[in-house]
Design a binder for this molecule. Sequence first.
Ligand code: ADP
Ligand code: GLC
Length: 468
Amino acid sequence: MNIFHISAECYPVAKVGGLADVLGALPKYQNRIGHKASVIMPYYRTQWVEKSKGSVIFFHHLVMANKTYFSEIIEVENNLGFPLYLVRVNELTDRRKVYGYEDDTLRFMAFQQVALHWLHTFSSQIDIVHCHDHHSGFVPFMMKYCKPFCTLKNIPTILSIHNAQYQGEFSHEMNNIFPEFDKNQAGLLDWQEKINPLAAAIKCAYRVNTVSPSYMEELQEKANGLEGLLRAERAKCAGILNGIDTETWNPKTDAFLVKNYSQHTRLKGRLTNKKALCDEFDLSYEKPLFGFIGRLVWEKGADLLPKIIEESLEKFDINIIVLGSGNHDIEGQLENLKSKYNGRYNAHIGYEERLSHLVYASADFLLMPSRVEPCGLNQLYSLRYGCVPIVHRTGGLKDTVIDIGDGGHGICHDQTSVFDVVYSIGRAFQFYKETDYFKRNQIAMMKIDHSWENAAREYVSLYEEVHT
Ligand code: ADP
Ligand code: GLC
């Protein structure tokens, strides 16, 4: 099948979170099982893009809200395992950050329209258009009901919901940013009196999936306002658990590590990495090390981190390291704790790919107190690198981490609260002292197969259901 993924992120081109990791891997694995999968994403001024070479394969004068933007599609030379196309729109793309600009609505709308103008020129060769999150949420609607894209009308579309918290909604006053469309269908764009791209995609896509089965169940009850819609569309919805790219995330070959290791050499290898990380952050490699990696937002339970750090450092002889950025208030609190717990706690406030790999390869435990976790990749990387995940049983965390008390390899709690997390840290501290069991558990975790092969096939089965 000829598949086009449309997404705002893709690793290593531009990454904010797990969405990028999925887009950097799923198409590669789909190509390996005999399909042709490509990625279309906006042009950003990231280091990766600036270093890459490409050629312009399409020009278009995009007219949006009575303004004309010069736009082009660039095919980029790469060794990622799939063709990559960047959509460049004058004034709107070419920015350093992926999100966070006042005109994000316009930016992603322009991106989607230019992508469709291009696909329209060779529509007979396309089997599936696969959209990811709200940034490509208008694609299914525009393919079906916008005049300029009439040749795309009967091509099946898929929506993957990576995170239903973010929906990209905006006021109806901005409805002039659409190309000419069938006005009888205007209701498909609306949800709770706003234009909502995620809701429009749920209504218009042929199939909808979330990135874990449990998250799909949870969304039926709680989906930031979309629960009623998801219940109504239940029949076309499924949950497909994400995989991980076992080539990028392989402790045997990972170039970000100080020392590579296998299941058999993990004790020495992990210790060397831990020593290097602890040296860099002025921590003690002899103490059990707990890590947190992620966006510092409410969904991730990051607001509780300062209290969790204080209480657990008062109670247990452990070290803690945090790698993350996001909410400025939380960032400030995490910075302030550094002097109080000098030598026992440290944090890197920012985004650094290298450090994340080193933390998975060094920390003994990884904290994931997420309130909402559609899938979560950190726990999968953590298992693969031999670091025990401590998770709140929710969404994808519930589907991928089983407690050591139930025959699994991680530590689980039922609520995102300081009490529950500190209690779990206490259990982890005891577990760490049971040296033989702890070491055996590392091998067992590292053996678990979370590679993309299975999920790539599951997606293809979903495409086959709708492709005629
Ligand atoms: P989400 O997409 O909701 O942020 P995921 O668990 O799916 O959560 O994916 C997070 C990805 O981002 C992982 O690859 C993780 O290692 C990475 N990551 C998150 N924060 C940072 C950071 N501050 N520095 C480096 N990598 C980070
Ligand atoms: C989102 C979710 C995360 C998931 C990722 C990739 O960012 O928050 O849980 O792992 O998408 O699907």
